[in-house]
Design a protein around this ligand. Structure first.
Ligand code: RP5
Length: 161
């Protein structure tokens, strides 16, 4: 069992944080170590390269990457490191995030990116999926994730009011 792997949440812009902070919230609840960074594939390409190149030396189990528009950040990071990358398409003004979704989901074969839903649901599910990946090698995380899911199940009422 490889314990204590962390998740790194990256995003292309400060403006993505209002969505990506939901990933942080879930990781906090499940007790997974994380770091959050702004890294833009086109505005800070050297920062992106350095981060992805060094990722495997830094106990990172999963990278969550939120990006909007042409949204090449998750694919570019995945091209540099084999650490699993989960992409969160951020809703864009003009195309409502359809551009971001297709950019992230339509990676050509050979370099995978796990693609979540557009926006808040995607940010939440990216953290839950990251937790599930970490849980395959960390019993404590598995227990906390299963407990989180149990509480969610219990919160669903039998009938509407
Ligand atoms: C992308 O461009 C970012 O991920 C963001 O979703 C989008 C818009 O960025 P800002 O113009 O708000 O900085 O790189």
């Amino acid at each position: 069992m490889n314990k204590n792997l962390k998740v790194v949440i990256v995003m292309g812009s400060q403006s993505d944080f209002k969505v990506m902070k939901l990933s942080e919230k879930i990781l906090k609840k499940i007790g997974i170590r994380f770091e959050t960074k702004i890294i833009s594939a086109h505005r800070t390409p050297k920062r992106m390269y350095k981060f992805a190149q060094n990722a495997s030396k830094n106990d990172i189990g999963v990278i969550i990457a939120g990006a909007g528009g042409s949204a090449h950040l998750p694919g570019m990071i995945s091209a540099i490191t084999s650490i699993p990358v989960l992409g969160v398409p951020i809703e864009s003004k003009k195309l409502k995030g359809l551009d971001s979704l297709l950019s992230i989901a339509q990676m050509p074969k050979g370099i995978p990116v796990g693609t979540l839903a557009i926006g808040e649901d995607g940010a939440i599910n990216a953290a839950l999926l990251a937790a599930a990946i970490i849980a395959t090698s960390d019993k404590a995380v598995r227990k906390k994730l299963n407990n989180w899911r149990l509480l969610q199940t219990r919160s669903v009422k039998n009938s509407p009011k």
